[in-house]
Design a protein around this ligand. Structure first.
Ligand code: ADP
Ligand code: MG
Ligand code: MG
Length: 890
């Protein structure tokens, strides 16, 4: 008989696949001896069986009944009994925490009779009815599908009639009326009575959790987070404890360290006389944990002790949910906490300092993505004016966008390319699409643990929440703050690091982490922010750990210098094409249009000194480090004017009866002659060098003379010449002969040895497949994974991304664009072949990668695994690549 149900005493955190995150961690806390209300978990296996078959698997209901009976025995209460009934919570809990899933249902087991039994206990009358109305509302909306705002409307009406600000102001009579109104609402909306049988309540709640796995919100969330669709969710059934029993009760959320800044010391929000959902929903304003110390010092001390125990046990920052029932503390949830990028770096470095984790483990706790978020600009501190509102800095970063008030509007405007800020009183899972579309989320209610804050942090979206000065009018699509009214479509600026909101578009400044890298990664001074210190320590750790070298793709001395400051150990790709643009265009045109060898030589000779200067600058900037120069790659017509523009110009002159402009006519003829249907696969790269006489020789001579000049000046230039788009070893052999002839010539002329390695790009499938042959004539390989991806998939990069990639991502053909993260199965296979075959011919052959993938975290790990020597990426990605290379080797 398949086992589907596990008591909390039977599990542990290692069973998260089966018990879901929540269930596994509840069991772990039981194992650690922390006070957890007893209960049991229905496994994800049961959910998968149910979703596949469309019916509960055989044996499941019996197993639930057995565990329920055991729970009744151990608590001495029975579900549905009138006197002091057993009440349960039914809590969803997938392997990965998913805000898109069904909410928890509390107080299962109450009905018209048991509520009276519960109310009979002295002093518990109000609490009993408060719990019952919560049950009808939660069950009515999440299980029976009644629109939750209808319940809120009924509640708001009653509150208004009694002129009370929040739920705690309602008395017993109000609550009894409220329950009746809620039940009427359920009947009107569904044609069904609110179920009175506790067993039926339980069964339907479990099914609703299972079904919520395939709900729309859950599916959207999974797609965004790359979570597989077939994992299923677990269901936790747990004895209720009550935070809504009066002033000595309450409910809260806590973190072992501040999840926004990483600041050490516990951090949290507490709400007196409330059930947990109230804290997260941001319905009432919470008090900080310090306040609990005043209200209930014993529980507070106990809680702080548990927080320390948990952090030591999990060896990481944890968040917890807790409830105090009449002075008794209960732990309801824990997990390793989501955190901001700042907090991730700070916590990792400090846990390593505290010796709770090892330095290499600390690398595992941060990521290149988090690092790149820290490198984003922030708002300037001057010249932004006064904030119109302040709230809780819930997810850092700076964003400017137009205010919108509904999820749908956010999605609509974002599709039009607008940058939007979603402004809501509070958010709930229905707002998820809008939060995904928005640059920032701003709410007037809720703390760092509200839905808005948690979800935004998870997505790296800027968020300010609980901005109490803000009055949001969703109906009128506007908010007012500090006497200013902001209508939908007006621009605001949101600073999620400071918790401030500004009118209009605020100016941005570099981040402190960016300044640290710009200054060359110097040991930070004592007064530097703790985040910079943490980044520095972790970067040093990464550099000490990694086996991959990191170079940069840079075409100018400025870029080369920046790359060096950012820690690049050379240039992996110096493109020479931009050197042919700008004011040099006429010379390039002359070369292309030349009708005689003499005319062409003259044009090339004019270009030569300019190229030499380019190379001298770059070699000087990268003195002592390798610089891989790629010979001209793009098709020549890219250097000529646009065909249509030219044709129109020539035709206009003709129409006016003017003499045709000889130059235009010649250019037009050349453009027409060189027109290619498919230039990406046309006359470019090495093919160009073989077809246009003198082109390679000119480029190589310019480089060689630059090298001689640098050496004469006492420099240490280390060029590598790279031939693009090679298909066959014969191409390389021909070009190589020409290159070497020029190098020898210049060496003789100058008396300085300008010899250097000559290698090739591997960027066509044929090259990868014949890498053993190509290695005979190549001193090094550089994998051009952009072209290799284009040619392996047969995707034109310039066309397909806009045309159909979003459909492909939706339909699951791939989870991420192969131009962003290397496709391990296909392109990666060719890479492996090239590496193995190339090194078979030439042991120790130097192999690097210079495509965009060189700066992509997931791809860096692949390149490490394959055994490359280095990755090369844009200067700004260099720190990310260094960190990820360290992580890959850790
Ligand atoms: P989520 O995954 O959305 O956090 P939970 O299952 O943790 O949902 O439930 C939300 C809140 O409901 C909890 O934070 C807790 O305050 C309350 N809750 C859940 N189970 C119980 C219980 N057995 N007793 C009291 N409160 C509970
Ligand atoms: Mg929870
Ligand atoms: Mg290429």
């Amino acid at each position: 008989m398949t086992r589907y149900v596990y008591d909390f005493t039977q599990g542990g955190r290692e069973m998260a696949d089966l018990l879901g995150g929540k269930g596994a961690n509840l069991a772990e806390m039981v194992r650690m001896g922390l006070p957890v209300p007893p209960g049991f978990t229905i496994s994800t296996r049961a959910c998968r069986a149910y979703l596949t078959a469309g019916a509960l698997p055989a044996g499941l209901e019996e197993q639930i009944a057995e565990h329920l009976a055991a729970l009744e025995r151990s608590t001495g209460r029975r579900l549905g009994q009138v006197d002091d009934p057993l009440l349960l919570s039914v809590r969803s809990g997938a392997r990965f925490s998913m805000p898109g899933m069904m909410d928890t249902i509390l107080d299962i087991g109450l009905n018209d009779l048991s509520v009276l039994g519960l109310a009979r206990v002295p002093g518990r009358e109000r609490f009993a009815w408060d719990s019952y109305r919560r049950l009808v509302q939660m069950f009515g909306s999440t299980v029976m599908g009644v629109d939750s705002t209808l319940f809120e409307k009924v509640l708001a009406t009653i509150k208004r009639e009694h002129e009370v600000a929040d739920d705690t102001g309602l008395d017993v009579c109000d609550l009894i009326r409220l329950v009746e109104s809620y039940k009427d609402l359920v009947r009107e909306q569904t044609g069904e009575e609110f179920p009175q049988d506790p067993a039926e309540q339980l069964r339907r709640a479990v099914l609703a959790v299972f079904d919520s796995w395939n709900g729309e919100r859950a599916r959207i969330y999974r797609r965004r987070e790359h979570i597989a669709d077939d994992l299923g969710t677990a269901v936790n059934i747990q004895t209720m404890v009550f935070g809504n029993c009066g002033p000595d009760s309450g409910s809260g959320v806590a973190f072992t360290r501040d999840p926004a800044s990483g600041h050490p010391g516990s951090y949290g929000d507490y709400l007196v006389n409330a059930q947990g959902e109230d804290v997260v929903a941001g319905i009432r304003n919470t008090v900080p944990l310090q306040e609990l110390e005043r209200l209930d010092p014993r529980s507070h001390a106990q809680l702080c002790g548990y927080l320390r125990t948990l952090e030591t046990h999990y060896r990481d920052v944890c968040d917890i949910e807790f409830t105090i029932e009449r002075g008794t503390l209960w732990m309801l949830q824990t997990r390793v906490a989501k955190r901001t990028a700042q907090a991730a770096f700070r916590v990792a470095a400090e846990l390593a300092d505290e010796k709770l984790i090892s330095p290499t483990e600390a690398l595992g706790r941060v990521s290149g993505d988090a690092l790149s978020r820290l490198m984003f600009p922030r708002f300037a501190t001057h010249g932004v004016g006064d904030p119109i509102a302040r709230g809780v800095p819930a997810s850092p970063g700076a964003a400017v966008g137009v205010a919108v008030f509904t999820s749908a509007e956010a999605v609509r405007r974002a599709l039009d390319g607008e940058s939007v800020v979603l402004v809501r009183p509070e958010t709930n899972p229905d707002d998820l699409p809008g939060m995904v579309a928005a640059q920032a989320v701003l709410t007037s209610r809720g703390g760092k643990t509200s839905h808005a804050a948690v979800v935004a942090r998870g997505m790296g979206t800027v968020c300010v929440c609980g901005a109490e000065g803000l009055t949001v009018d969703v109906g009128e699509r506007r908010f007012t703050a500090a006497g200013t009214t902001v209508n939908e479509g007006e621009v605001i600026s949101v600073d999620g690091s400071e918790g401030t909101v500004y009118l209009g578009s605020a100016p941005l400044v570099d981040s402190e982490v960016m300044r640290y890298f710009e200054s060359g990664g110097q040991e930070p001074t004592a007064d530097a922010s703790p985040v910079v210190g943490a980044v520095h320590r972790l970067m040093e750790q990464a550099d000490a750990t990694r086996r991959l070298d990191v170079r940069a793709n840079a075409d100018t001395p400025q870029d080369a210098l920046r790359a060096r400051r950012f820690g690049a150990r050379g240039i992996g790709l110096c493109r020479t094409e931009h050197m042919f643009l700008g004011e040099r265009r006429p010379l390039v045109e002359a070369m292309i249009l030349a009708e005689t060898d003499a005319a062409r030589s003259e044009a090339l000779a004019a270009l030569l000194p300019l190229q030499r200067e380019d190379f001298t600058g770059i070699l000087a900037a990268m003195d002592g480090l390798p610089v891989t120069i790629r010979l001209l790659d793009p098709p020549l017509h890219e250097f000529l004017p646009d065909h249509t523009t030219l044709a129109v110009r020539v035709a206009e002159r003709a129409a006016l009866g003017q003499v045709p402009d000889a130059r235009d006519t010649a250019l037009l003829a050349a453009v027409t002659r060189m027109h290619e249907e498919n230039p990406m696969l046309g006359l470019r790269g090495v093919r160009l060098g073989l077809v246009v006489p003198g082109l390679v020789a000119m480029q190589v001579r310019a480089l060689a003379e630059a090298v001689a000049e640098r050496k004469r000046a006492g420099g240490d230039p280390r060029p590598e010449i790279m031939v693009p788009l090679v298909d066959a070893v014969e191409e390389l052999r021909l070009v190589r002969a020409e290159v070497e002839a020029v190098l020898t010539e210049v060496s003789q002329e100058t008396g300085i040895d300008v010899g250097c390695p000559v290698g090739t790009m591997i960027e066509l499938p044929r090259a990868a497949l014949t890498a053993d042959r190509i290695a005979e004539d190549a001193d090094f390989f550089s994998l051009g994974t952009n072209d290799l991806t284009q040619t392996t998939w047969g995707f034109s990069r310039d066309d397909v991304e806009a045309a159909f990639f979003s459909t492909y991502l939706d339909k699951g053909v791939f989870q991420v664009s192969p131009f962003e993260t290397i496709d391990r199965d296909g392109v990666g296979r060719l890479v492996r072949i090239a590496v193995t075959e190339g090194r078979r011919t030439r042991p120790g052959l130097q192999i690097g990668v210079c495509g965009e993938h060189g700066g992509d975290p997931a791809s860096v790990h692949f390149f490490h695994d394959v055994g490359l020597d280095y990755v090369s990426c844009s200067p700004f990605r260099v720190p990310v690549a260094r960190l990820e290379a360290g992580r890959a080797a850790a």
